[in-house]
Structure formats: structure tokens, C-alpha cells
Design a protein around this ligand. Structure first.
Ligand code: FES
Ligand code: FES
Length: 164
């Protein structure tokens, strides 16, 4: 018999309520709720494609239980930027051709947003620390790095601490 619990959270800025089982992952909850921008990759906490932001921190939703989101604030890619008004990193990714198949991109955008919200002008070491759990199998990372460099320069209005 599965144990059910009702959880309440703020999801992409809206108060929401869900019935979840004890074993359900946050990834499964998000995807069955229609938020399929959060991608299912390894389901083992290794690839970062399922990254969401919970209370300001990037987390792997595949290894986070849905009940752990109770009373928390969760942002998925559907809540970041809008058509015509993207997040600066989303805009830079398009301009710098940082997207190929796109599977990894929602997770990378969320990981970058969480990092830049905390550290607007990160060092190279801080970037590695925040992004080394997000894999991309298409781009070779160079164009993603171009986009990140441009985003930092534009948003902080000065030369990034991180030199390439
Ligand atoms: S699907 Fe969650 S880390 Fe890979
Ligand atoms: S763009 Fe295809 S995995 Fe990153």
C-alpha cells in the first residue's frame, strides 16, 4: 500500500497543492503536472538534465522526493523567462548558438540562474563548482561558455572575473 501525503508549495510563483506518494520523485511530480521542460536523463543524480531551483538552490529533481518540496519555492524552466523577454542567459544561448538537441538546456539554464542569483560575477572555480553536474552531449561546451561569459559581462556591467 502506498502512503499518500498532500504537499503545498510555490511552483513557478503560484501556490499549488498536490497529492504525492512517499516514493514519488519531484521529477515525476513535475512531469505528470505537465511541466515536461524538466528532462528525465540518468535518474541517478549524475547528468543534471532534471535540474530545478528549490529555495534558491539548483537541485536534481530525480533524486529529490516530491514531499521534500513541501513548503518550498520551486522554479522550473517554464517559470524562467518568457517569449519576447527571456532570461539574459537564454538570450545569449540563442545568440551564441549554445543549443543543439536542447535536451540538457533547461537544466543548464536553471543551474546558471541559481549560480548567478547567488554570485553575479563568479570565478572560474565557482563556475566549475556550480555547473560540473550538468552534462551536454552535443555542444562541446564552448558555445555554452561563450553565452555564459556574455551574460556575466552584460548583467554585471564589467569584465567577468572568469577569464577564458
Ligand atoms: S535525470 Fe536527474 S541527474 Fe540525470
Ligand atoms: S544540446 Fe544536446 S545534450 Fe546539450
Amino acid at each position: 500500500m502506498s502512503i499518500e501525503k498532500t504537499i503545498r508549495l510555490t511552483l513557478n510563483g503560484e501556490a499549488r497543492e498536490f497529492d504525492v506518494t512517499a516514493a514519488e520523485s519531484l521529477l515525476d511530480l513535475l512531469r505528470r503536472s505537465g511541466l515536461t521542460g524538466t528532462k528525465r536523463g540518468c535518474e541517478d543524480g549524475a547528468c543534471g538534465s532534471c535540474t530545478v531551483i528549490m529555495d534558491g538552490l539548483a537541485v536534481n529533481s530525480c533524486i529529490t522526493f516530491a514531499f521534500q518540496a513541501h513548503d518550498r519555492e520551486v522554479w522550473t524552466i517554464e517559470g524562467i523567462g518568457e517569449y519576447g523577454n527571456p532570461h539574459p542567459f537564454q538570450k545569449a544561448m540563442v545568440e551564441r548558438a549554445g543549443v543543439q538537441c536542447g535536451f540538457c538546456i533547461p537544466g543548464i539554464v536553471l543551474a546558471v540562474k541559481a549560480m548567478l542569483d547567488e554570485i553575479p560575477n563568479p570565478s572560474g572555480g565557482e563556475i566549475l563548482e556550480h555547473l560540473d553536474g550538468n552534462y551536454c552531449r552535443c555542444t562541446g561546451y564552448e558555445k555554452i561558455e561563450d553565452a555564459l561569459h556574455e551574460t556575466i559581462a552584460e548583467t554585471v556591467g564589467e569584465e567577468p572575473l572568469w577569464t577564458r
